[in-house]
Structure formats: C-alpha cells, structure tokens
Design a protein around this ligand. Sequence first.
Ligand code: SF4
Ligand code: SF4
Ligand code: FES
Length: 269
Amino acid sequence: MAEFALPKNSKVKKGEVVDASGGAENAKTFRIYRWSPDDIDDDGNVKNPRMDEITIDLDKCGPMVLDALLYIKNNVDSTLTLRRSCREGICGSCAMNIDGTNTLACTKDINDVTGDVNITPLPHMPVVKDLVPDLNHIYAQYTSIEPWLKSDSPAPNRERLQSEESSLILNGAEGNGPAACILCFCCSTSCPSYWWNGDRFMGPAILLQAYRWIADSRDDATGERLDQLEDPFRLYRCHTIMNCTNTCPKGLNPAAAIAEIKKMMVARR
Ligand code: SF4
Ligand code: SF4
Ligand code: FES
C-alpha cells in the first residue's frame, strides 16, 4: 500500500489559546488558521501553520463571522491578517472556509455555527498570510478569457442596449445570473477538478465569467471565445460534481453555465 507523508513544515500545529471573553456567558471560541512567511524558528526555517483558539464575548461584536474576526484583530491580536472591504457580500474579498464550507465571512452568521467556529483560508490556494490566499494564478486565468465586451460595431453615443430577454440571461430572473458573480472564488476552491488541475482547468468561477461574455447579445466574439476554451483541460475537466453551485454564497449556478458552454461547443460542430 502506498504511504504518504506530509512534508514536516505543512503540518498544522496547535497554536495559542486565549480566553478574551472575561468569563462572559455568551462566549464563543474561534479556531483560526495562522501562518506567516516571516515567522522563523531558531534553525532559520519558516514555522509551521498553527490553529489559534480565541474565545470572545459575542455581546461585544456584531453578528457575523467577519465582525468576530475584526473584534479579535482590534482587541486580541492585531497581527491577524485577512481581506475584507464592503462587509455587504459585494466585493468578494472576505471569502474563506468557515465551519467546513467556503463562504463570505461578512454574510456568515456566527449563530449558524454550532460549537467552535473553525476558520481556514480558501482551500488549495497558496497562502500569503493567515486567511489571505494568493489569487495571482486565478486572476491570470481571468485575464486569459478577456473579460470585456468585444464588438464589431462602432461605439454608440450611449449604452449598447439589450432586449429584456437578452439581459435576463446575464442577470437572472432573481438577480442570480452570471453577471452577479463577485469573483470570491468560493466555487473554484471547492471544486476537486480545480484542486488537482488548477494549472490548466479554468475552474467554475472563470468559466462562469467566460459564459457571461459568450452569452452577451452585444458581444461579437462568441466563436473566438469558444475556440479559446476548446481544450481537454480548460473546459472539459468539469465532471459536473456540483460543489461549485452548492457553495456559491450568492446563489449562482456555475455548473449550469459550464453545461451551457459545453452545449454551445456541440451545437457548432
Ligand atoms: S460542476 Fe464542474 S466546476 Fe463545478 S465543482 Fe463540479 S467539476 Fe468543478
Ligand atoms: S460563481 Fe459564486 S462562488 Fe463562484 S466566484 Fe462567483 S460569486 Fe463566488
Ligand atoms: S467584505 Fe466584501 S464580500 Fe465580505
């Protein structure tokens, strides 16, 4: 039987335990992944990641996981590093794994988690520091699909109009069409195919974005966009496992968008 051993420096160790709740009745423990390339041990090696356990009084912070993380950063450990901006589920920057699911910290209610709240960065991405994943590769993939309107007609003096029917394809009947994607990458980082083939498979977030332009009635580069995806890896590594759609915090359906691209590939043969 094959035996696997993780490299020594990849094992997540137990970290600091801090009770900052002051014995409050409404206390909750947050187990938070910590790693920094600047944490060096006595032998000059970068220290292993660790899970810190920090207990706080929930009456002192807002209701969402992001509120708790910012409370911890402001009052317990200012070195805790995370991305966030809008705190309204719009910018996509606070995506992380909470209680085993990729989601947005700013829209995840603390009370939806039973017991301790486990928080780790988005899975299968290199980590810059603590809860901050390195998104350079996935943004390079995003750039590769050329996510802008390509039209053969001269630019009009005002917006390029669409029929209601055409705009529905982009916006969705309930605002959950591909144009509502906030590029949080919860979907791509929950996709097993993307974990193993992320160097060549575009993954659900980028394919949903590709579909957003392919399906745009104002865009004239459909054939060129499909040509770019016609490849055994870029598109066809999707095996319809559906993790992407199940995890999207905005209720979008990247798996359906991928299926639509596949149908268009077949239709043009
Ligand atoms: S449906 Fe496709 S893209 Fe979505 S999780 Fe499954 S394999 Fe990944
Ligand atoms: S499809 Fe959903 S999960 Fe994926 S990047 Fe867009 S908003 Fe995030
Ligand atoms: S902070 Fe913008 S989506 Fe959470």
